[in-house]
Design a protein around this ligand. Structure first.
Ligand SMILES: CC(=O)SCCNC(=O)CCNC(=O)[C@H](O)C(C)(C)COP(=O)(O)OP(=O)(O)OC[C@H]1O[C@@H](n2cnc3c(N)ncnc32)[C@H](O)[C@@H]1OP(=O)(O)O
Ligand SMILES: CC(C)C(=O)C(=O)O
Length: 513
């Protein structure tokens, strides 16, 4: 089993994400969390980029005890000496020198010949090695560099003392087969190959950063570089948490181990997201809010029976509390019943079936049915189960500045359908008048209150009414529509009044005998 060391560059390449700017305290906070995560090397910044970066590198170097702290430097004496000053107090300081090797970069950016680049590698790596115990050299834009020249540049760096040599895919150009072959090519064409650790560093311009990094590991890379949540220049870097978990879950394939404490992944991801302001997409692998959320009934049923049917990663492995079964329009009875039990409802089969039907109607209209929705739904439904009448259909006709009209259809406990229509000053009055006509009620509405139980535009409405007839009774109704909730509440209370009248009638008959 080979060992893969992780080089995290969240604080350097990650901070190169457009719009991200971390202050020294925030960088230190992330560095401490990276230490808990078990990162082998952390690139704390680019000491000569600014005074703030210099101070961050210095402070992180002083504080971090269990990881090597590294600064980036151009192949330039002043950059190297500044990084040295910054990292003097570090337990395990490391310098990262880079210079581009591709013809495009040589011609247009550096305006240097290949011979000049080789000379620059020699001078800078030798100087670095005289100051630092460990030196990493990166051939920028390596994947667009002619292979033979890249091998020559890496050989030069190793001979001058580089301990780690990196083959970065700076512009996210390569693909897995090509990158794997490039590492194998170096194995055969760099004479001092065995004297250094080969490292991979991928960008996500074509969405291949993680796949390319894993291919490099198959090709012989023993160090992998990247950032938490994949943040970084342009489309970002390879997401280290994805690589780490892929190596663990597919250990059978990669035959590689790491020192990472995987249960720290979630906390690290959340911290980086919070401090950088880079929101983690919901569907992001490993750390996205939906990474362990099951939405469809068939999957939820499978997961309830045995999680491994649809989960290859246990949420706890990466520090996530547990998976989520999200109730929505694709959910089935198994998940619905399970959630009901979790929130404290032991429903009879009849109650459960009714509630499930209403839940499906609600889910058709709402993106996600929340726990509050379920409480509200049960509140409405359980009270309906033993009711003498139920609202089957409602039609209200609204005219601005006019008399409103409504048609109501009720069903009694024997399945008989009763219908009538009425008018009123408002839609609710029209509905209540229609119900009075159907049930031949003689009562007064003494209280009507409405409240929204859940939140958002698609919130559930809860209507409470109080009627005065032979006695005072209350009723409530829950529905997404205010008129429907109002009708249910009235029918609920009316049902109680009718039962009471019925009982009074029986008592009177008994007394007169
Ligand atoms: C692939 C990567 O991610 S590399 C890291 C990229 N990160 C950053 O650039 C962030 C920090 N950078 C900075 O703050 C600034 O660019 C600084 C302080 C480093 C340099 O600033 P300036 O001196 O104003 O130069 P500027 O950035 O405009 O241009 C870069 C110069 O460095 C040269 N250069 C670029 N890479 C290297 C290198 N690896 N080694 C030596 N020289 C280099 C360029 O050719 C250019 O030189 P020129 O002025 O002679 O044309
Ligand atoms: C400095 C190097 C390693 C880099 O960030 C890149 O090439 O993307």
């Amino acid at each position: 089993m080979k060992h893969i060391q992780f080089m995290d560059t969240t604080l350097r390449d990650g901070e190169q994400s457009a719009g991200v700017n971390l202050n020294p305290q925030e960088k230190l906070q992330i560095a401490k969390q990276l230490e808990r995560l078990g990162i082998h090397v952390m690139e704390a910044g680019f000491a000569s980029a600014s005074l703030g970066d210099f101070q961050s590198v210095q402070e992180i170097g002083r504080v971090i005890q269990h990881a090597s702290v590294m600064s980036l430097a151009r192949a330039k004496e002043s950059d190297i000496r500044e990084a040295y000053e910054a990292l003097k107090g570090a337990v395990a300081p490391r310098l990262h020198i880079f210079i581009a090797t591709s013809d495009i970069h040589l011609k247009y950016k550096l305006r240097m010949s290949r011979l000049e680049v080789l000379a620059s590698i020699r001078e800078s790596v030798k100087l670095a090695k005289s100051l630092f115990p460990t030196v990493q050299f990166s051939a920028e834009d390596a994947t667009r560099t002619e292979h033979a020249f890249l091998a020559q540049a890496l050989e030069e760096a190793i001979r001058c003392g580089a301990d780690v040599v990196n083959i970065p895919d700076t512009v996210g150009y390569t693909n897995p087969q090509e990158y794997l072959s490039l590492f194998r090519y170096m194995q055969q064409h760099v004479p001092s190959y065995e004297k250094a650790i080969f490292s991979c560093h991928c960008h996500d311009d074509l969405g291949l950063a993680v796949a390319n990094s894993l291919a490099a590991i198959e090709g012989g890379a023993l160090q992998v570089e990247g950032t938490i949540n994949g943040i970084g220049e342009r489309a970002g870097n390879a997401a280290l948490e994805e690589i780490a978990v892929a190596l663990r879950i597919r250990e059978d394939h990669y035959k590689a181990q790491t020192n990472l404490v995987l249960k720290e992944i979630k906390a690290t991801s959340a911290l980086v997201s919070r401090l950088t302001g880079m929101v983690v997409p919901k569907n992001k692998a490993i750390v996205g809010a939906n990474a362990f959320a099951h939405e469809s009934g068939i999957h939820q049923d499978g997961v309830l029976k045995e999680a491994s049917t649809y989960e290859i990663i246990s949420p706890q492995l990466v520090g996530e509390e547990q998976n989520k079964l999200v109730l929505g329009k694709h959910s089935g009875r198994h998940a619905f019943t399970e959630r009901m039990k979790e929130i404290g409802y032991e429903l009879t089969e009849e109650e459960r079936d009714r509630a499930f039907r209403t839940f499906k109607q609600l889910a058709d209209r709402k993106k996600e049915v929340t726990e509050e929705d379920l409480h509200a739904l049960i509140l409405g439904e359980t009270s309906l189960v033993h009711q003498p009448y139920e609202v089957k259909h409602l039609q209200a006709h609204f005219i601005s500045n006019g008399t409103q009209s409504a048609t109501v259809v009720l069903e009694d406990a024997n399945g008989n359908v009763l219908e009538d229509a009425a008018t009123g000053a408002g839609s609710i009055e029209a509905i209540y008048n229609a119900i009075d006509r159907i049930l031949q009620l003689n009562c007064k509405l003494v209280d009507y209150r409405i409240q929204s139980i859940t939140q958002g535009q698609d919130a559930l409405a809860h209507v409470h009414v109080e009627l005065e007839g032979v006695t005072r009774v209350t009723g409530f109704g829950v529905a997404q529509d205010v008129l429907e909730a109002s009708a249910r509440a009235y029918v609920h209370a009316a049902g109680k009044l009718l039962k009471r009248s019925e009982m009074d009638g029986k008592t009177n008959r008994m007394l007169s005998r």
